[in-house]
Design a protein around this ligand. Structure first.
Ligand SMILES: Cc1cc2nc3c(=O)[nH]c(=O)nc-3n(C[C@H](O)[C@H](O)[C@H](O)COP(=O)(O)O)c2cc1C
Length: 262
């Protein structure tokens, strides 16, 4: 039987982690959760199953929650989750574990790994030297996690009191406003209409107009892929971003973000 890793990514941190986990399993089918969020899969079976995605506002991305609701999969022999985050994962792991329980199984193991924070509405991402340091530490954390995955190790996933505040108040509030928030994106005259932003959008929310400008269709997940992968640095979030550092994981090529039928 095959192994499957379901992943979601905007700037490549989680795809990088998913690829490393796949190698630790001796190979896995990589399935993108964003593009399949509205129809999911029916009657899947797999030996080991991994979920790898970023933390968004102290919880899973909305597209990932939607995907899980539609997913129909038999209980795997080993299930794990890897989250990537910018330093504050809160209770995302136990929250996700409870969501999996609705599918009739739980995580055997879960890890939340610090990665470069890509969320420009709140922060200017770190400079390239700091990005490299964070990625080096991410890789050494992944060395340990992958060893554990290889051995099918289990661990305990526990929540905290403060995590509950994030989980039941902040995350649902953010999630209820996220889709139409793309009205914040602004395009400068640097835009060449190359269409990379449309191709890297994990939920297909961007089209290129007849005037060769991106337009957003209010199904935004705020993943920041359009901002960070723009080769001209032509996007801003309101007034934020014009002078910000850009970021994508150095081991992930832009073409790996482009839609496939997977
Ligand atoms: C919409 C959004 C919300 C985020 N919220 C959090 C958060 O609550 N806590 C945190 O530690 N990092 C947060 N981050 C940072 C990401 O989790 C982090 O940069 C992640 O590694 C990005 O993964 P990716 O490169 O696979 O897209 C957020 C990023 C985005 C885009």
């Amino acid at each position: 039987m095959t192994n499957i890793i379901f992943y979601y990514t905007g700037t490549g941190n989680s795809l990088h982690a998913a690829k490393r986990a796949s190698a630790a399993l001796g190979g896995a089918e990589l399935i993108h959760m964003g593009r399949k969020r509205d129809h999911g899969y029916k009657a899947l079976t797999a030996d080991a199953v991994g979920f790898v995605f970023p933390v968004y506002a102290w919880g899973p991305p909305v597209a990932v929650e939607k995907f899980l609701k539609r997913l129909d999969i038999a209980k795997p022999t080993y299930t794990f989750t890897i989250l990537t985050h910018g330093g504050a994962p809160a209770d995302t792991l136990p929250m996700w574990d409870d969501m999996l329980r609705g599918k009739g199984f739980r995580n055997d193991a879960g890890w939340a790994l610090r990665a470069v924070d890509n969320y420009i509405p709140f922060y200017n991402p770190p400079d390239p030297e700091k990005q490299a340091g964070i990625n080096e530490r991410l890789d050494s954390a992944l060395d340990t996690v992958c060893e554990r995955i290889q051995k099918r190790e289990k661990n305990d996933i526990k929540g905290s009191l403060t995590g509950k505040f994030a989980r039941y108040l902040i995350h649902p509030m953010w999630a209820s406003h996220v889709n139409p928030s793309d009205k914040n994106w602004k395009v400068s005259e640097k835009c060449t209409g190359c269409g990379i932003c449309a191709k890297v959008c994990p939920v297909g929310n961007i089209t290129i107009s007849a005037e060769k400008r991106p337009t957003w269709s209010h199904a935004c997940e705020q993943c920041m892929a359009c901002f960070h992968w723009c080769p001209e640095h032509a996007l801003t979030w309101g007034k934020k971003g014009a002078d910000y550092n850009h970021y994508h994981h150095p081991a992930v090529k832009v073409s790996e973000l482009f839609p496939t039928d997977k």
